[in-house]
Design a protein around this ligand. Structure first.
Ligand code: ADP
Ligand code: MG
Length: 676
């Protein structure tokens, strides 16, 4: 029979406290030291302490408000006590002549040290030999209740060791039982600072356990994925479609591209679904790698979908892939939200009947109405723009419930190492770590807004030299309408200031057909200067563009600026990026701009970005459950992450019982996010 919840139980549930395990893992925020007494003369302001003495004075004052004021004395000095709210019993407890013990934080008052609302108990009782824990709690749930319940849980809990003794000794960590007892009931004289800072070995053990559980769960998720079946799509030696595409390309692959093509090609040949992240800095040539993977899959009679987060980016892919693959006889379809009714119906039919071998589009691809005939490979570009759910949706569209789809995710934003080892540990990663030959690094200049005239001259010069330029309008976060207005104004101003220059404007609110027309004209060299909002942030590829001006660069994030800058330096001509800023700059903005000025390495920038912003914003991590780490911190505890990872591998290989016990303790009810 289920009993009704009491109010206390409801409050406990609010703190996530239900099972015995929940209680023992509810760890103190801090401690009170009741293990010793401090002579009154040795009390220091701001340092919580316990003292005993005789009440030598006690009165209820009425001004400026009703309060109980008393004085406590011992041989070494006097201490004021003040209570703004009090019960008659407290008044009696503090009658002159009483011997009492007080616990509180002394402050400097008008007449020497005083404690406001100290805890008062009888003097002379036995001192505990452990510190008193102070737990995170909620309204109406007092510390003594929590302490009692947690104490009871500790008495009955299973604190059995989950790590093999040899491993624990090697890691120099306390046992789980020792760690838990130390954290709830630290012995007098423990290094309190280490406890508070979470550096104490007991804390290290808890963080290690949590990260180990995360690593073990991720490894299980990976094993589950390997147990799924997918259609093997091995590379066709010799005369395959991929080989023909390779032969038709106007350039040779870089060694890095060849390496990742081989990695992806190997995965596609497996009986379980590929889940690979292809990372490479902007301009490193990921698109052709995707095209080669698509070609390898199409050779086996399956369909391939390529999804990009914005219409402009999807369209670029569409043109590029069509240019490469149509001549080889591949049927392509285009699908985006802005497609007309008839065109959409036709595209959907081609996809459902399997006539479309390669489908390129936006998120429209994952809608329910899109039925694939036989989807074998799903590619998503700039994958961090998509949520986990959106990626999963494509994975399940194979058209055969027994078969999972191979997945290739591309990103120009590299995953910092700690995230790669944790949240993204389930992905295999391929990295293109060199740019195609003949690229010269982009010169990055910082310029105050006051120097606009010089910038205009630079644009004129670039155009005279036959080059093209981008002008990125400031981000206006508060209002999309304002952002649009700014873009239109900038366009007008630039057109007037540069009468010999052919200026175009592209922004998010432009109908897709117009957007496409402007991009096309810029690509074809019919426009010299493209004024744009951040719609050009990702993937736009016009090698003849050599100058980029970013207005109000201080308003953009690091990764965004890096992406924007990546639009230039794509051809063999020297390129430049001018970051216009408005003074004065905030510290953070200064840091960002300096970092960008100093390096062009996407990995360094991503690492810096992570430090400046924290991991929460990274690659859609929010949806993937880092918040489920309660004790460890991916950045601060990266050394522990590394150890946990090694130990997870070892445990899975040699100690399956320990794996089960450890996950039982730590991962219960937390597995959801790992299915992604
Ligand atoms: P990103 O990795 O940023 O998506 P792209 O795939 O758009 O980069 O490639 C950038 C440009 O470099 C494109 O014009 C592409 O055709 C070209 N490219 C790709 N690989 C090579 C190569 N091996 N040699 C020369 N140019 C290449
Ligand atoms: Mg790209």
């Amino acid at each position: 029979m289920a009993k009704a919840e009491t109010p206390t139980q409801r409050k406990l549930a609010k703190l996530g406290l239900r099972s015995t395990q929940d209680f023992i893992l509810h760890l103190p925020l801090r401690y009170q030291d009741e293990t010793s007494l401090t002579p009154i003369g040795s009390l220091r302001p701001g340092r919580e302490a316990q003292a005993e003495g005789r009440v030598v004075q006690s009165e209820v004052q009425l001004r400026p408000r009703r309060q109980l004021v008393a004085t406590l004395a011992d041989d070494t000095g006097r201490l004021g006590l003040r209570f703004l709210n009090f019960y008659p019993s407290q008044h009696a407890q503090l009658a002159v002549g009483q011997q009492v013990r007080v616990l509180g934080e002394p402050r400097g008052g008008l007449f020497g040290l005083e404690m406001i609302h100290p805890r008062v108990t009888r003097a002379g009782t036995e001192l505990p030999d452990t510190l008193t824990p102070v737990y995170p709690t909620t309204q109406g749930l007092p510390q003594p209740t929590l302490r009692r319940l947690i104490g009871e849980a500790l008495a009955v809990a299973d604190l059995a060791e989950t790590l093999p003794e040899a491993m624990r000794a090697r890691l120099a960590l306390p046992t789980f039982a020792e760690a838990i007892r130390t954290l709830h009931q630290p012995p007098a004289g423990v290094a309190q600072g280490e406890l508070l800072e979470h550096h104490h070995p007991a804390w290290q053990r808890i963080k290690f356990d949590e990260l180990l559980a995360q690593q073990l769960s991720l490894a299980e998720a990976r094993a589950r994925r390997r147990a799924q079946r997918a259609l093997p799509l091995p590379a066709q030696p010799g005369e395959g479609l991929a080989a023909r595409l390779l032969a038709a390309l106007p350039f040779a692959l870089t060694p890095a591209q060849r390496r990742v093509v081989a990695e992806i090609g190997g995965d596609l040949g497996q009986h379980h679904p590929m889940q690979r992240l292809l990372q490479g800095d902007v301009g490193s040539g990921k698109t052709v790698v995707a095209a080669l993977a698509a070609a390898q899959a199409i050779d086996h009679g399956v369909q391939v979908a390529l999804m990009a987060p914005t219409e402009i980016l999807a369209e670029q892919h569409w043109h590029k892939l069509r240019g490469w693959l149509q001549p080889l006889g591949v049927e392509l379809s285009w699908l985006s939200g802005s497609l007309g009714v008839r065109a959409r119906r036709e595209a959907l039919a081609a996809i459902a009947e399997g006539r479309a071998q390669l489908v390129v589009g936006t998120q429209a691809l994952i809608q329910d109405t899109v039925q694939f005939h036989r989807l074998g490979l799903a590619i998503s570009d700039e994958q961090h723009r998509f949520g986990v759910g959106q990626r999963l949706a494509l994975r399940q569209k194979s058209g055969d419930p027994g078969l999972a789809v191979h997945q290739l995710m591309m990103s120009a934003t590299p995953i910092p190492r700690t995230l790669a080892m944790t949240v993204f540990a389930d992905l295999d990663v391929s990295t293109i770590d060199e740019l195609p030959p003949g690229r010269s690094p982009v010169i990055t200049k910082l310029a105050s807004d006051a120097r606009r005239d010089e910038i205009m001259a630079r644009i004129r010069q670039a155009v005279r030299d036959g080059r093209q330029a981008y002008w990125v309008c400031p981000l206006v976060e508060e209002s999309e309408a304002l952002q649009l207005q700014t873009a239109v104004d900038t366009y007008d101003v630039l057109r007037q200031a540069l009468p010999d220059v052919r200026v175009g404007l592209v922004h998010g609110k432009l109908p897709s057909a117009d957007k496409a027309a402007v991009m096309q004209a810029f690509q074809a060299g019919e426009l010299d200067l493209l004024v744009a909002t951040t719609v050009i942030e990702v993937g736009v590829d016009v090698p003849n563009a050599t100058l980029m001006v970013i207005e109000h660069a201080e308003r953009f994030g690091l990764a965004q600026l890096h992406q924007l800058r990546g639009r230039v330096g794509r051809g063999s001509h020297q390129s430049a990026c001018v970051l216009l800023y408005q003074s004065p700059l905030s510290m953070l903005a200064k840091e960002r701009l300096r970092c960008l000025h100093e390096t062009q390495d996407g990995f360094v920038i991503a690492q810096r970005d992570l430090e400046l912003r924290g991991p929460g914003e990274f690659l859609g991590v929010r949806q993937s459950g880092t918040e489920l780490l309660r004790f460890a911190d991916l950045e601060g505890d990266s050394a522990i992450v590394e150890r946990a990872r090694e130990c997870a591998t070892e445990l899975r290989e040699y100690h399956p019982d320990a794996v089960a016990a450890h996950l039982e303790r730590w991962a219960r009810g937390r597995e959801d996010f790992l299915r992604a």
